[in-house]
Every structure is written in C-alpha cells, then in structure tokens.
Design a binder for this molecule. Structure first.
Ligand code: NCD
Length: 359
C-alpha cells in the first residue's frame, strides 16, 4: 500500500483503512516491535492553529517509532510572520522532512500544501472542513468497542456546521457501513445539507433534532463536540449558541447501558466532569488510541518510499478563471493556487479545496 497524501479520510480505500486499523492494533499490543521502524526519518509538524492532542500525539507517535521531529506550533515564530506563503514554506520543509503533518485555519489548506510537497503530507485539520486522523482515532475506538462500524444508532451533538471531526467521521461511516444518525444541534449549527443528502442517498437513516433528551435513549454511540468559537464571526453570535448542550449524570440515566460517549476533545462545558467516572465515557481512551493509529499511518505512508511527489506540475497551465465564494477557502488567501473544481453527483460544480458548491 502506498498512501501518497492524506487530505480526506475518503482518500483511503476500505482495504487501506483495514490495513491501518490492523497495524494500529498490533502496535498497541506489541509496541517494542516498532520502536525503530522510522529510525533516521523526520516528521515535520506545521501547526498554524492551536492543538494539544493532534500535534503531541503525532510527535509522540514518531518518537515511539524511533524517528525525529521538527516543526512549529506557532506560525508567528516562523517565516510565515514575515509574509512567506504556504507554497514556499512547504516546498522547503518537504526537502527537510520525510513526512509532514499540517493544521491550518483555512479550508483546503492541506490540499493546497500537498500540491507543493515533495514528501507525503497529512491533513491535521483544515479550518472547519476535514480532520481525517481524528476519524482514524474515532473509528478505531468504535470498532474495538462495538466490533463493527455498521448497524449502530449514532448521535452527533453540538457544532455540526463547523466541526471538522464530525464532517470527516460522517463521511467515513457513510463509506464503511450503514447506520442511523441523530444530528443534534441548533438550526444555526446544523450539518451542511450536502453531507446529510450524501448519508441519505447511501441508505443511512438521518434524523435532525434539537435536543439530546429526545433521542439519548436510542443511541449506541454519542459523539459530543465543542462549539467552535474560533469559526464564529462575532463573540456575540458564539455566546448565543454556546452552553445549549450539556451531558450530565442525570441525562446519562436515560442512555443505554452500553452507549459509548466519544468526544474529540478539548471539552469546554458540554460534558460535565461527573460523567468522566461513568464507564461509558470513552473519550480519554479515544485520545490515547490516537497514538496507535498515527503510528500506523506514519509507517504506511513513510515506507511507500516516495520522494519528489510534487503535484503542481500537473496544474501549471490550469486556467485561473475565478475564485471560490467561500471566504474561509484557502484559494482566497493564497492567490497563486490553481482553482481546481469537480462535478458533484447532482451536477453542480464544486471547489476541490473546500467542497463549496460554486454553481
Ligand atoms: C478537534 C479539532 O481540532 O478539530 N480537536 C482535536 O483535534 N482532537 C476538535 C475541536 O477542536 O473541537
């Protein structure tokens, strides 16, 4: 298997996901076997946005594989603060490192970076768009608790509009199984209709509800999320939407005895600390699983032995006809990017960087 770049979970085939999951399970049981598999290799972690788990688990994963790490967690300390564009940063770093992981506030930034990268590149979160390695963690935790990724009733609660972990997880579950989904949010923070339609088109049942109380007793899995404060246009709008969904011991009384509670973390106020002591609370275990899946992913990608992968040559003559209407899209800040589009299944044109429909 050779995974070129990982921008979207759905870049992986089902076979590739199964390979990562099996390798992660073996790493978890036999960590010593893997302790020098990346000896002499370098991982660069380029974090243009705050992170605790994702960045540190990537770094820990590489160190546990015997490799080394370089990078920044504050672009203010890099040449980005002098005005360097993403293309130049990636062109250079990809000749210093063997594999890159990048987090960026703009949607489509990881795809943009991958066009200029000479080594494999992993999306560690691009704005409110995707977060494929959190999905690896989520799926691994579900599979190892429930035994399967299909046939469950799954509730996703909170900021479904801006939560990139939700977008990646739903698309992955849609690819790997058939489930019933309860989408629990305020109307302002509901999931993009294009994802809801995709789920329904593939035979999943989807219910959109506004309270936890009306569905918690039906759920096999509850995926709680934080309201994504940094994606709001004003603090006032954020405050209107925050504090609405709080999981506490009282609500857990109505839940199934084996309902899994997941959360990508960080938590703000959406899960009361008292719930941490409930055996159904699996979010800390979920975060720990992040190490094994990231070790497996690094191994699978780095051993593909690729070098000089840069894709931009393919797009050199690409006409730059217009820009994306989505202000959060990377094409609006990194102006040199080719404006790549694709045709959606219902005949619309969409931006390849952020998936917004253009017409
Ligand atoms: C998530 C993220 O960054 O999208 N955190 C993470 O990577 N574990 C979720 C969040 O920030 O709310």
């Amino acid at each position: 298997m050779s995974i070129h770049h990982l921008i979207d979970f759905n870049d992986l085939t089902t076979e590739e996901w199964n390979g990562i999951s099996a390798l992660a399970a073996d790493i978890k049981s036999n960590p010593d076997k893997y302790s020098d598999r990346c000896k002499g290799k370098i991982l660069a972690t380029l974090f243009y946005e705050p992170s605790t788990r994702t960045m540190l688990s990537f770094q820990s994963a590489m160190i546990r594989l015997g490799g080394e790490i370089i990078g920044f967690d504050n672009p203010g300390n890099s040449s980005v603060s002098k005005g360097e564009n993403l293309k130049d940063t990636i062109t250079i770093i990809s000749s210093y490192a063997d594999i890159i992981t990048i987090r960026h506030p703009k949607e489509g930034a990881a795809l943009a970076a991958s066009l200029y990268s000479r080594c494999p590149l992993i999306n560690a979160g691009d704005g409110g768009h995707f977060h494929p390695t959190q999905t690896l963690t989520d799926l691994f935790t579900i599979e190892h608790t429930k035994g399967t990724l299909s046939g469950h009733t799954v509730g996703l609660c909170g900021d479904l509009k801006n939560g990139r972990t939700v977008h990646s997880l739903l698309r992955a579950l849609n690819k790997l199984g058939k489930n019933t989904f309860y989408l629990i949010s305020t109307p302002s923070l509901s999931l993009q209709p294009r994802i809801t339609e995709l789920l329904r088109a593939n035979g999943n049942e989807v219910y959109e509800v506004t309270s936890l109380e009306e569905c918690i007793d039906k759920l096999d899995i509850l995926y709680m999320t934080r309201i994504q404060r940094e994606r709001f246009d004003s603090e006032e709008h954020y405050r209107e939407q925050s504090g609405r969904y709080i999981l506490d011991a009282k609500k857990m009384e109505s839940a199934k005895k084996d309902m899994m509670i997941l959360h990508p973390l960080p938590r703000v106020d959406e899960i009361k600390e008292e719930v941490d002591y409930d055996p159904r609370a699996l979010y800390f275990k979920q975060a720990q699983n992040g190490i094994y899946v990231r070790m497996a992913l690094i191994l699978k990608m780095i051993t593909s032995g690729t070098n000089d992968l840069t894709d931009i040559e393919k797009y050199r003559e690409y006409p730059k006809v217009r820009s994306c209407p989505n202000k959060a899209c990377i094409t609006n800040t990194e102006k040199y990017l080719p404006f790549l589009t694709y045709r959606t299944s219902d005949g619309h044109t969409a931006c390849k960087f952020c998936d917004s429909e253009i017409d």
